[in-house]
Design a protein around this ligand. Structure first.
Ligand SMILES: Cc1ncc(C[n+]2csc(CCOP(=O)(O)OP(=O)(O)O)c2C)c(N)n1
Length: 269
């Protein structure tokens, strides 16, 4: 899919996220919006996941599981999950909870929500599949990287030369209640991953050409034995001007008027 197609898909996905979150008065619009462009390129152009039961499929784990509405929306856009299931999000008896649950629907590869665990899961899967062509992706938040377990997993991947592991770090500079710089800074992110034996690349997480080039590289037969860290510079709330870089949209849910305003803005771009 070319950049124009990706942009169109991303718009649909952002609108779907808004509707799901507004309807259920749930949270994490900002956390979802910062990863929409990454997920769109990854799922539309990179991952081999068309059959979620294929034992040789690529694996994607959303470690920042509070942004699962973005994952549900891309799975809908790829026809892996149906509209009728998405409609039930966050309602009694639904398969789709506010955080990711393994086995709830096809395409959810791990339970996540307690931050800091996705990379360990990916590391174990990659070790068990060493020598296979499969790729193992894990998307983490920059605030999530405050968790010590992330760095034990990073060390493990570096030590065991798990070069099919790709960590994408969504560096939107914010967490739930503050800026990462203030809570516990993660400065020099690329140097940190390099120090743990990884190859680190920085990318604009909203630029389709940049993302396409970097993610294609991540999926190629790299010469390097090192795992790959993609440091994606993003904006929390990206796509709706008055949500961008505003802490409140971590938890706030749009009311009806705000939903209309946000959708109109997305449609107008
Ligand atoms: C172990 C753990 N501690 C605290 C939380 C509460 N929590 C939910 S989202 C969040 C902020 C995470 O920030 P970041 O990883 O940067 O993700 P963002 O929403 O900014 O994209 C926190 C602290 C949690 N889910 N898990």
């Amino acid at each position: 899919m070319d950049s124009a197609g990706l942009a169109l898909e991303a718009k649909k996905i952002r609108k779907n996220i808004l509707k799901m979150i507004a309807k259920t008065k749930s949270s994490h619009v900002g956390s979802c919006f910062s990863i929409v462009d990454i997920l769109t390129v990854l799922y539309k152009n990179i991952l081999s996941i068309s059959d979620p039961n294929d034992p040789n499929r690529d694996i994607f784990i959303l470690s920042k599981g509070h942004a699962v509405v973005a994952l549900y929306s891309i799975l809908l856009s790829c026809n892996i999950v149906g509209q009728e299931i998405v409609e039930t999000y966050a309602q009694d008896g639904s398969k789709l909870a506010g955080h990711a649950i393994l086995g709830s629907v096809p395409g959810i590869e791990a339970t996540a929500g307690s931050l800091g665990h996705g990379l360990s899961l990916v590391a174990g899967l990659a070790l068990a599949n060493k020598g296979n062509a499969r790729s193992f992706y894990c998307l983490l938040g920059d605030g999530e990287c405050n968790e010590g377990a992330v760095w034990e997993a990073a060390s493990f991947c570096g030590h065991f030369k798990l070069n099919k592991v790709i960590a994408i770090i969504d560096c939107n500079k914010q967490q739930g209640l503050g800026y990462t710089d203030d809570v516990m800074n993660m400065n020099n992110m690329a140097e940190r991953w390099n120090a743990f034996g990884w190859e680190a690349i920085e990318v604009d997480g909203h630029n389709y050409d940049d993302l396409q080039k970097t993610l294609l590289y991540s999926h190629s037969n790299r010469d390097s034995l090192k795992p790959l860290a993609i440091i994606a510079h993003t904006i929390k709330g990206k796509g709706v001007s008055w949500m961008e870089d505003k802490l409140e949209w971590h938890y706030k849910s749009p009311n009806e008027a705000q939903l209309d305003l946000a959708i109109n803005e997305i449609d107008a771009v």
